[in-house]
Design a protein around this ligand. Structure first.
Ligand code: NI
Length: 173
């Protein structure tokens, strides 16, 4: 089922998600729906708060053709380097800006069956994971911009609003 995306200004995007204690049938259904919603939106990452669910689960697709991967209760355990790259967000359609992120991260999480996993990511996947875990903490990518750029974007949103349907972008997270 394709879920309704919550947009900038919705208070749920500012809430901290709760850890998932067990992979119940409801959690499996949520993950399946999040994957479907992400692909429908032509996104490469999605976090549960973006579909109105304040739980710590994300789905990511790094465009390698490996498919979507759910990460339950993900935590970054190490980070290295720093790189600036363009980001957008399905919850802030039509807005794109360069964001500084760690170049390389290690992540611990549970997979979609509840089994522990650890992964190393760099490049785009590392960026997507950092962006999505931020969503679980109520943080949006515009929070990570310099204050001048952030204020310019906030003024633009206040003046023009957000489009219902943004042009699809490979960098919408
Ligand atoms: Ni996002």
């Amino acid at each position: 089922m394709i879920l309704k995306l919550r947009k900038y200004g919705d208070p749920i995007l500012r809430r901290r998600g709760a850890p998932i204690p067990a992979i119940t049938p409801e959690v499996r259904e949520l993950i399946a729906d999040m994957v479907e919603t992400m692909y429908h939106q032509v996104g490469i990452g999605l976090a549960a708060p973006q579909v109105g669910i304040p739980l710590r689960v994300i789905v990511v697709d790094d465009n390698t053709g490996a498919g979507a991967r759910p990460l339950v209760n993900p935590a970054i355990t190490a980070r290295r380097g720093s790189v600036v790259g363009e980001e957008g967000c399905l919850s802030i359609p039509g807005i794109f800006a360069p964001v500084e992120r760690a170049e390389w991260v290690t992540v611990e999480a549970l997979d979609g069956d509840g089994a522990p996993l650890a992964l190393e990511a760099h490049g785009l996947l590392a960026r997507v994971i950092q962006h999505e875990i931020d969503h679980l903490d109520g943080i949006l990518f515009i929070d990570r911009l310099d204050p001048v750029t952030r204020d310019r974007i906030k003024r633009k949103i206040k003046k023009e609003g957000l489009p219902d349907e943004a042009p699809h972008s490979a960098f919408a997270l």
